[in-house]
Write a protein that binds this ligand. Structure first.
Ligand code: PBG
Length: 328
């Protein structure tokens, strides 16, 4: 065979596992992952989220156990969301900054039990809002600047529990700069901000809204979350977040937005996070359950694709499963 095309054989670099491993460009490690967890009030509670098999709403006592077992597996970072009873919700999300509320009490307990764990919190009104929106609703509209005031109180109350990173997920204008100022003037200069920079108005959040009972009571989130058709807008959001003092920028969801991950990674020097969201998790679980694909294999491929696109950090419901699978 003298065909000159065949003098070049890329398959040589795939011929054995040893060589494949040598030339492997991207590796996902447990250090890259943040595990989102859902907290409920009470004790002894472990309630599976129906649309997210393997993911539970946990009361503080069981969450402490869960965090302990994750730490042993090498997962060191957690993003904790509260599932709030309807009776505790109101127009202005008052419970979000009540230091006696179970979420803030739990954060304090988690940080004092596991000071080495990196704890991230969510800053947005939706879990506490009787309107189910991320911002304050007046006359059917989301009021940006009045929302900032509430987010500031929420962020401060969370910072006071000793957490490491706040994650503003609300998409209000100016909130990163405002929260940085509130944190700094109150002595919390060490609390990081991982901004939900390019958060799209996505159909992939539904299982999360089931987990927290946080679906909007009217309308949708399109006046604050981004249009899935747009990428240039992500550059505006990212530039502003950097100017306003974000420590990390986040893209969310991940899989339908790999191009945005790459775009922001190339455009800015900040670390990039991607949120592999609830619906992305549920799709894999549902298909695996039906025998339509191999869930573990697809999980690895998905996490790899997010990292290859440029994410330094991945928030994923697969975190514990990924860590356990590596040890087998
Ligand atoms: C709300 C928030 C959402 C998620 C994280 N924070 C949902 C929403 O905007 O409705 C979604 C996460 C997921 O789907 O896994 N501030």
């Amino acid at each position: 065979m003298s065909d000159h095309y065949l003098k070049r054989r890329p398959r040589r670099n795939r011929k054995s596992e040893a060589i494949r491993n040598m030339v492997e460009e991207t590796k996902v490690t447990t250090h890259d992952l943040i595990f989102p967890l859902f907290l409920v009030e009470g004790s002894g509670k472990k309630i599976e989220v129906e649309s997210m098999p393997g993911i539970y709403r946990l009361s503080t006592d069981l969450m402490l156990k869960e965090i302990e077992s994750c730490l042993k597996l090498g997962i060191v970072a957690f993003d904790i969301f509260p599932a709030v009873e309807e009776t505790h919700k109101d127009k202005t999300a008052t419970k979000s900054y009540d230091p006696g509320f179970f979420y803030l009490k739990a954060l304090r307990e988690i940080k004092s039990t596991f000071p080495e764990a990196c704890i991230m919190t969510d800053v947005a009104m939706d879990p506490y809002s009787s309107d189910g929106h991320d911002g304050l609703v007046e006359g059917g509209k989301i009021i940006n600047d009045k929302t900032l005031d509430i987010l500031g109180k929420m962020a401060l109350a969370q910072a006071e529990t000793g957490i490491d990173i706040i994650g503003p997920s609300d998409m209000m204008d100016g909130r990163v700069g405002y929260l940085r100022e509130v944190l700094d003037t109150n002595g919390f200069t060490d609390v990081s901000i991982m901004s939900y920079t390019a958060k799209y108005a996505s159909g992939f959040y539904n299982p999360f809204r089931d987990a927290l009972d946080s679906a909007p009571k009217f309308g949708d989130k399109k006046t604050y979350q981004m249009n899935p058709a747009n990428s240039r807008e992500a550059l505006i959001e990212a530039t502003l977040d950097m100017e306003e003092g974000a420590d990390f920028i986040m893209i969310k969801p991940a899989l339908s937005y790999l191009d945005i991950i790459k775009l922001l990674k190339d455009a800015l020097p900040l670390p990039v996070a991607a949120y592999n969201v609830s619906g992305e998790y549920s799709m894999v679980k549902a298909a695996h359950h039906r025998g339509w694909l191999d869930g573990e294999r697809v999980m690895n491929e998905i996490l790899l694709s997010i990292k290859r696109a440029g994410a330094d950090v991945i928030l994923t419901y697969f975190a514990k499963e990924f860590a356990s699978a590596r040890l087998r």
